[in-house]
Design a protein around this ligand. Structure first.
Ligand SMILES: [Fe+2]
Length: 136
């Protein structure tokens, strides 16, 4: 397992969200480091909190933009975001209960989920948010 390197293939073409996705990847890499280096649990929790807070803000911004663009994928997309938040809350409860190995599991889960979500689901909104572009 290593740090995630941003690839151009992760870009949706919607600049605002591509920049936010890069920030999410940075936060994931930060989480990777604190978990790998077995830093103080309080530090691990801080990084996880920052990642969750940023992701929630980002999800809300995506949903707002999709609603404004009348994107037909909005409901399904919103459901995916909601499911992620639910899953993360379950991991967090275990973490707060003192189960330290959950941080590593959560990292793997988030890495897999976010990269898949960015490349599959987020890609679909580009056609609606980028003027003049048709979905290919
Ligand atoms: Fe999304």
């Amino acid at each position: 397992m290593s740090l995630i390197k941003w690839r151009t293939g992760y870009n949706t073409g919607v600049e605002e969200f591509d920049l936010e996705h890069q920030k999410i990847v940075q936060l994931l890499n930060e989480m990777f480091r604190v978990v790998r280096d077995k830093l103080d649990p309080a530090k691990v929790e801080d990084v996880i909190e920052a990642l969750i807070a940023y992701s929630q803000k980002h999800f809300a911004a995506e949903e707002r933009a999709m609603a404004e663009a009348c994107c037909p994928e909005l409901d399904e997309h919103r459901r995916e975001h909601g499911k992620l938040i639910q899953s993360v809350s379950a991991y967090r409860q275990r973490l707060e209960a003192g189960d330290q190995k959950v941080a590593g599991e959560l990292y793997l889960f988030l890495r897999e989920w976010l990269l898949h979500h960015i490349m599959e689901t987020d890609r679909k909104y580009a056609a609606y948010l980028l003027p003049g572009k048709e979905e290919s």
